[in-house]
Design a protein around this ligand. Structure first.
Ligand code: NAX
Length: 487
């Protein structure tokens, strides 16, 4: 598990650490890590000696990091020039170090071709959209991407122009190929549109770890976490002990949603799948192992329910949703089931529920339920909805967020653009239901489902254009690999 911390918590930890080390030691550690990575990138692009680097140097310590790293690169034979965002406010020690190593202060950014741009405009001290010369410099950096022969762009701590705590990008911002961050991750490196601008993130250890006392703002699961959580059948398992998942999904209008959600469930760990709905025939044709009924009341017992994908909102859908909510087992509400919560008619049933509830909205469904779109702070918005509904909220997006009523937030790192395809959410809901039925607690089930679903998207995208059916095809290999013993 990786953890990202809010700026205020990073600052407190840094203050505590600073009291234990000589002045300048932290910046020296940060700059050494930054110079190491920049040097590697230059070596990969043809060598350090004689290559050209431009430092964009803001008025704070972020600029100081860039200058000290630039000094180290200059000592290795790189021709380094620095451009100050505010010429009369530049880190004096950093500038002296750069000059004594042979680097120079320049007036113009990128007046000649260069191999490396180091973005030290702002780091965790950035507030709001970039202003003044900082804004003009960002335009110059983003003109030619590294993939098109432009310089490789390395952001110091964070890409300039992003909101560190929320991952929002309120205006023009640097698009980095690599971000070298110090001490710990910040939310902007793992959530929201900012995470897409960070490129590859390298975390440099500056000794901060033991001084971070706060709870993480956002957690990110890795392969090891998901493997360790994924339910694995034992020698005593039978189909019931492995868990029974039931789905009330699809309709006469949208039978495909039923087929896809059952496909998602079939890739999960549950031992038996029940289906209740109007797409019974279609489900049985594609998934003959399913025990199918037409109504929830006739479906039989389950350890978890999935309700809503393609269900519609007529009288039959309302009755089925009521029946699902009345069960004493964990429930996933997706798509139309979320829409049916909006008018408050289900409020009584929701209040009476004791078993876990997981909501899986996309932004539109979130807006209808919460009264406003998630906005700039997606983690905060998901946490508020989770607290208000007393449900785990899985807010879909390129970095899907899972938020719990007790204030825990996770961001999924495996997502990809290929998942933005019709029916992908139905597959996810089915898989999530299967994990719940197998006994995984709801936060872990939601995090693990998003993780596997993202990997399936990536696997399918390697073959070609991705449909939700391709996700169903790709999932068993992914979930199989997650149940294999760790190497
Ligand atoms: N505090 C520490 O112990 C360490 C800090 N380090 C570095 O220090 C950085 C934080 O330094 P600072 O607190 O000095 O802050 P920054 O250097 O991130 O930025 C602060 C400066 O940027 C300007 N600024 C803020 N928002 C702006 C905007 N929207 N447009 C234009 N200018 C803007 C402000 O006027 C201020 O002078 C970290 O991100 C990291 O790079 C590292 O050296 C490691 C140790």
């Amino acid at each position: 598990m990786r953890a990202a911390y809010r700026v205020a918590d990073v600052r407190s930890a840094e203050a505590a650490l600073l009291a234990t080390v000589p002045p300048g030691a932290l910046m020296a550690r940060a700059a050494a890590g930054l110079a190491r990575r920049c040097g590697q990138l230059l070596s990969e692009r043809g060598g350090r000696y004689g290559s050209r680097a431009v430092l964009l140097v803001g008025p704070g310590d972020n600029g100081g990091d860039a200058l000290f790293a630039g000094a180290e690169l200059a000592r290795q034979g790189v021709r380094v020039s620095a451009v100050a965002v505010v010429p009369d406010r530049i880190h004096a020690g950093g500038l002296a170090a750069l000059r004594s190593a042979g680097g120079r202060l320049a007036d113009e950014a990128l007046s000649a071709p260069c191999d490396l741009v180091v973005d030290g405009i702002v780091g965790i001290g950035g507030v709001g959209p970039l202003l003044g010369r900082a804004l003009a410099l960002v335009g110059a950096v983003t003109a030619v991407p590294a993939s098109a022969g432009g310089p490789v762009v390395v952001a110091v701590d964070l890409p300039s122009g992003v909101s560190a705590d929320t991952g929002d990008v309120p205006g023009p911002a640097v698009r980095a190929d690599v971000t070298v961050t110090f001490g710990c991750l910040k939310p902007a490196l793992v959530v929201g549109p900012a995470a897409e601008l960070a490129g590859e993130v390298e975390l440099v250890d500056i000794g901060l770890g033991p001084f971070v006392r706060a709870e993480p703002a956002v957690r990110v699961a890795d392969d090891g976490d998901v493997r360790s959580w994924w339910p694995v059948p034992g020698p005593q398992s039978d189909k019931y002990l492995r868990g029974v998942v039931a789905l009330a999904t699809g309709s006469v209008t949208y039978p495909g949603a039923a087929v896809l959600s059952v496909g998602g469930a079939a890739a999960g760990p549950a031992g038996l799948i029940r289906y209740a709905g109007a797409a019974r025939e279609q489900v049985l044709t594609r998934h003959p192992q399913v025990i199918a009924a037409t109504r929830v009341a006739d479906a039989g017992r389950a350890q978890a329910w999935v309700c809503g994908s393609g269900l519609g909102s007529g009288a039959r859908a309302i009755a089925d949703l009521r029946a699902v909510l009345a069960t004493p087992v964990p429930v996933v509400l997706d798509a139309d089931a979320i829409a049916m919560l909006v008018d408050g008619a289900m409020a009584e049933l929701l209040r009476a529920r004791r078993a876990p509830l997981v909501l899986t909205p996309h932004d539109g469904e979130f807006a209808r339920l919460a009264g406003a779109p998630p906005g700039a702070d997606r983690v905060g918005a998901a946490l508020r909805l989770a607290a208000w509904t007393n449900a785990v909220v899985l807010l879909k997006g390129s970095r899907t967020i899972v938020a719990s009523p007790d204030g825990q937030a996770w961001a999924n790192a495996t997502g990809c653009a290929a998942l933005a395809t019709a029916g992908a959410g139905d597959v996810l809901a089915g898989l999530l239901g299967s994990l719940l039925a197998a006994g995984l607690p709801p936060v872990r089930a939601a995090v693990a489902a998003a993780y596997a679903h993202g990997l399936a998207g990536r696997a399918a995208a390697r073959v070609g254009a991705v449909t939700a059916t391709d996700l169903v095809t790709a999932l068993p290999t992914v979930t199989g690999s997650l149940t294999a013993p760790c190497r």
